[in-house]
Design a binder for this molecule. Structure first.
Ligand code: AGP
Length: 613
């Protein structure tokens, strides 16, 4: 997820661009850049392009040392998806007199890059975005600016929001939206185009939302036209919004955490993008291509991570052992690195980390490498330490996760663990049919999560009944035991409730002593292979006066006669149920935290990335 800003009008573009980037910095902050076209009366004929690593302030410093002036410009703050943070990988990408900023993922960039190199194009970055600039520049040799853009767009696949300018057509700006956000601010005699309204709303409240597959051409004389990708004219009128910049950064949600809970369908889509080959029941993980042979030979896997990422690893264990037949252990990184782990070259150590900078997890990578194990990373932050030090890995592409409590990164991690399960399984004895069945259902998950999110008000009502509880159990069996741990962690982190997650079969071995009248227990009780056992556990709690909130699957009627509160989720494969089960628990914990008047985005004592031991 990156931040894009474009300006075309009568003001100095650089001022508007830098102001806009500051408002978009929450979308990405590892590098930034801008391009301003020379104004007609200036002696300069070439655009000014300035790019820097680090936050927007570094770009501001750099720009202040240069003479950047003009009324048309584009700018970008980056959250790396392909190619680590560097000046060369920062946007805009310029080829000839074409300058491009991009947010999203060009799925077919590898094949395009190879073809462009064969045609003599010289690439100066590791990004997917640069292929767009080359495609347009090549078309520009024979076509006008607009036609060149349309012809280039016909060749790219994936998610993209693009804003493009051209030195020799300086009074025009072209932008296109396809699965990545883009909105246009319509001023009295100028336009600001950006990834979201937070970069626009302090200058104009008139905004024009583009739909997927739409191209807008903005002119410096205040005219604009919107067309489809096949150049059919579309009528599009501006509308008035009343968000503050801060509200806009949160997409209108009250907290980043809630916004990120609602971004989960997109996070799963982006985790799967370009990696699923349904027709063959196969998975393509480009980041593991170099180690696929070793992966096929490994006998054991150890998954090592912390916190929420550790819980994802536990779900991964159940998946990989059941469907790929490989033995998996899961360990806290903070334990792994200090005990004497039995690790050797016949094993793979998989580390999961949203930030890619967690000190304990990084130390575990180094310990595993010392012992000759193959080290793989499932990481969200491109170019982070863990991503760089592991032998290979898979990026989440979930975009920055601002809320300290991890939500969308977790469902993204689970999605990638399903892909890894199929990759390992299909290299062993998983059938084509099973591979296809899992992947087909996995592609339905975003839609199923959306159906849960639409009913979040039911969870707000349920949460109200638990706001005063200072202690709570979360109970689940098999695939749902890690989700019980995750649910307990969420409500600990953001509502400061002393919640314990347990394997529900463990209740009778001690914890049940705590059950008394009204003691709240959250049961994960989807109708699957362990449903009956879970009902028994619920009966045990009920018999002792405990209060039960159960999350079950549509059609599981028995639950309602035992539990005090029930939330139903759609049915899916048992191994995929964790991706759905966790969502109501995230929302439940969020509402309890908000009702308790707490700062759910920045809970006390916590940090988003624990880079110290
Ligand atoms: C999760 O909500 C917490 N913020 C925390 O447990 C986190 O998952 C843990 O610190 C690991 O972080 P990482 O995924 O960035 O390595």
């Amino acid at each position: 997820m990156c931040g894009i800003v474009g300006y075309i009008g009568k003001k100095e573009a650089v001022t508007v661009l830098l102001e806009g980037l500051h408002h978009l910095e929450y979308r990405g902050y590892d590098s930034a850049g801008l391009c301003v076209l020379p104004s007609a009366h200036s002696r300069k004929r070439r655009a000014s392009v300035v790019r820097s690593v680090g936050k927007v302030d570094a770009l501001v410093d750099l720009v202040s040392k240069k003479n950047v002036s003009g009324f048309v410009g584009i700018a970008h703050t980056r959250w790396a998806t392909h190619g680590r943070p560097s000046v060369a990988n920062a946007h805009p990408h310029s080829v000839g007199n074409i300058h491009v900023v991009h947010n999203g993922i060009i799925e077919n960039y590898q094949s395009l890059r190879e073809k462009l190199i064969e045609r003599g194009c010289r690439f100066r970055s590791d990004t997917d975005s640069e292929v767009v600039a080359h495609l347009i520049a090549l078309e520009r040799v024979k076509h006008d600016f607009e036609t060149s853009v349309y012809r280039a767009l016909s060749k790219i696949r994936g998610a993209y929001a693009l804003v493009i300018v051209c030195d020799d057509d300086p009074d025009k700006m072209i932008a296109v939206k396809n699965s990545s956000p883009l909105v246009v601010g319509v001023g009295r005699d100028d336009f600001i185009i950006a990834s979201d309204v937070s970069a626009i709303v302090q200058r104009t409240k008139n905004v024009l939302y583009l739909n997927d597959g739409e191209v807008i051409v903005l002119s410096r004389d205040g005219e604009y036209s919107v067309c489809s990708l096949n150049r059919l004219v579309k009528r599009r009128k501006p509308q008035v919004i009343d968000w503050s910049p801060e509200q806009a950064q949160k997409g209108g949600y009250e907290h980043f955490m809630f916004k990120e809970i609602f971004e989960q369908p997109h996070a799963v889509v982006d985790a799967l993008r370009g990696r699923v080959v349904i027709s063959d029941g196969l998975v393509r993980l480009g980041g593991l291509r170099s180690v696929e042979d070793r992966l096929c030979q490994i006998k054991r896997i150890v998954i090592v991570s912390c916190g929420t990422s550790y819980h994802a690893g536990l779900v991964g264990k159940y998946m990989i052992e059941e469907y790929a037949g490989v033995s998996v252990e899961v360990e806290f990184a903070s334990e792994f690195r200090y005990r004497k782990p039995l690790v050797d070259k016949h094993m793979a150590v998989i580390v999961i980390s949203q930030s890619g900078e967690t000190a304990d997890t990084l130390a575990a990578v180094r310990e595993a490498k010392n012992k000759g194990a193959l080290t793989l990373g499932i990481v969200n932050a491109v170019g982070s330490a863990i991503a760089r030090e592991t032998d290979a890995g898979v990026y989440n592409h979930a975009g920055p996760e601002i809320g300290v409590a991890s939500t969308k990164a977790f469902t993204s991690q689970l999605s990638i663990l399903v892909l890894l399960t199929v990759l390992l399984g299909r290299g062993r004895d998983m059938s084509f049919v099973m591979g296809q069945k899992i992947l087909t259902e996995l592609e339905r998950i975003p839609h199923l999560i959306t159906s849960i999110l639409k009913r979040e008000k039911e969870l707000r009502v349920i949460a109200r009944a638990y706001v005063k509880n200072d202690a709570m159990f979360f109970l689940g069996r098999k695939y749902h035991y890690p989700i019980a741990l995750e649910g307990a962690l969420k409500i600990k982190e953001i509502a400061y409730v002393n919640a314990q997650g347990y394997a529900s079969g463990e209740m009778k071995h001690g914890p049940i002593a705590l059950i008394e009248d009204g003691f709240p227990c959250v049961f994960l009780a989807p109708k699957d292979s362990v449903y009956e056992k879970t009902l028994s556990g619920m009966e045990e709690v009920r018999a002792r006066g405990g209060r039960i909130f159960a999350v079950s699957t549509v059609g599981a009627k028995e639950v309602s006669s035992i539990a005090d509160d029930v939330f139903f989720i759609p049915k899916t494969l048992e191994m995929l149920t964790p991706l759905l089960l966790v969502v109501p628990l995230q929302i439940f914990s969020y509402h309890v935290g908000v009702m308790r008047g707490l700062d759910v985005d920045q809970p006390r004592n916590l940090a988003k990335s624990v880079t110290v031991e």
